[in-house]
Design a protein around this ligand. Structure first.
Ligand code: PHE
Length: 338
């Protein structure tokens, strides 16, 4: 091997041997292999080497480069290993990992999915409608006159445009009947809005599930049977359900449905969970008069409708005393439903 190159290699290997960290090792590398490093400069001299010695010179150069490069790599690995050990000092890698919190469905989502599932099994299809509604779909078409208290500015959120946040999901009944051809069997879960004072049982945004069944021979026993079955599926077959006569402008007769609530350590009490009734012919009439096909002719059809409060169902299911817990997103509360 060319003597000069051999001495460069020896020096280089010494430098590498004494390098104690990544930085001094890199300095050593640059001083030998860098652009102006000793071996690079020696290599540049190949042009002055006599022709017959060029091959041997080149070989020495390559051999030196290979030896130095692998010495650097070995040293790098050794330095890394020392650094890794230092980083792990004092850490017990056999300890179990910290558990990551897993997400879960919100109780309202669980109740909505369950209610939807029960009703879909009974043949109801999902329908939808806008939360920003007009007065026609929210009130007029539902036989609710202009002076009805539900339309009061104090009770409803109105926009300057005259539109409003729907006060119930019953507007979806109208939107569906405007285009569908009977028999109609739909449910529509969704948000509803009222300008209520917020307390343990009221929120200004809450969740309803609307239902509508329209066909040639729908009767009151169909309504009772369907909803009784629903609440028994939801809360167990021994749950008491009662239908209390009530008034809604768009159903006749109308009822409110109460479910008997049995919370451990509390006296049993009735809790209102839904409104329902037989579709008022006046509702069919308004929609039919806007249709060309006479498909909603009140002479030929009957139907029932219901609207239940999903928040209420969740409160009954889990004995939740304050509805506000459902919108506060406190994980200490929510993690109980995981
Ligand atoms: N929309 C009524 C309410 O919000 C409930 C209801 C729906 C009543 C359908 C009868 C029929 O109170």
């Amino acid at each position: 091997m060319n003597e000069h190159i051999a001495s460069i290699q020896t020096q280089a290997l010494e430098l590498i041997a004494v390098a104690s960290d990544a930085r001094s090792l890199d300095d050593a590398r640059v001083s030998v292999l860098g652009k102006k490093g000793s071996l690079s400069l020696a290599g540049a001299a190949i042009k002055d080497v006599p022709k017959e010695e060029k091959a041997a010179f080149g070989q020495s150069l390559n051999a030196a480069r290979t030896a130095i490069t692998s010495a650097i790599e070995e040293k790098q690995a050794a330095i890394q290993q020392i650094a890794d050990r230092a980083a792990l000092a004092g850490i017990d890698i056999t300890l179990p990992a910290r558990a990551l919190p897993t997400g879960a469905l919100h109780p309202l989502t669980q109740i909505r999915d369950e209610a939807t599932h029960i009703l879909r099994c009974m043949g109801f299809a999902l329908a939808d409608g806008p939360e920003i509604e007009d007065e026609f779909h929210c009130f007029d078409a539902l036989n609710t006159p202009a002076d009805h208290p539900a339309r009061n500015e104090k009770d409803t959120f109105y926009f300057d445009s005259g539109k409003l946040l729907r006060t119930h999901t019953s507007s979806v009944q109208i939107r569906t009947m405007e285009t569908a051809t009977p028999p109609i069997r739909i449910i529509a879960p969704g948000s509803a809005y009222r300008r209520d004072e917020i307390d343990a049982t009221h929120l200004s945004v809450f969740n309803q599930l609307e239902g509508l069944y329209v066909d040639t021979d729908v009767t009151l026993p169909d309504l009772k049977g369907t909803l009784e079955y629903f609440f028994h599926e939801m809360f167990g077959t021994t749950t008491e359900v009662r239908f209390r006569p009530h008034f809604f402008p768009f159903t006749e007769p109308s009822f409110e449905i109460d479910v008997k609530l049995q919370v451990k350590g509390q006296a049993p009490r009735w809790m209102e969970v839904a409104g329902c009734g037989m579709v008022d012919p006046a509702v069919f009439e308004v929609i039919n008069s806007n249709r060309k096909d006479d498909a909603l002719n009140p002479e030929k059809l009957t139907g029932f409708a219901f609207g239940m409060g999903l928040d209420r169902l969740a409160m009954i299911r889990w004995g939740i005393k304050d509805i506000r817990l459902l919108i506060e997103n406190d994980t200490r509360f929510l993690s109980q439903f995981a």
